[in-house]
Design a protein. Structure first.
Ligand SMILES: [Zn+2]
Length: 69
């Protein structure tokens, strides 16, 4: 009985468990600050804070400038 239990413990993918924990701790803040979005006009990847949403489309600042002329 005791031997069987220890065999099962060795089969538990504890590396995966640790990895998930690590990701959850690491993700939150950084990912939000400089999230890249794709401009629907020129197709360039731009930081979220350098883009605007117009008519449900993501548009970068340079493209917005042309639209506003
Ligand atoms: Zn653009």
């Amino acid at each position: 009985m005791t031997v069987e239990v220890s065999e099962e413990i060795r089969d538990i993918p504890y590396n995966k468990m640790f990895h998930i924990e690590h990701v959850e701790i690491d993700l939150p803040e950084k990912a939000k600050i400089y999230e890249s979005v794709k401009c629907s006009e020129c197709g360039e990847m731009v930081s979220e804070h350098r883009s605007r949403v117009r008519n449900g489309k993501i548009i970068c600042i340079p493209c917005l400038g042309e639209v506003n002329k």
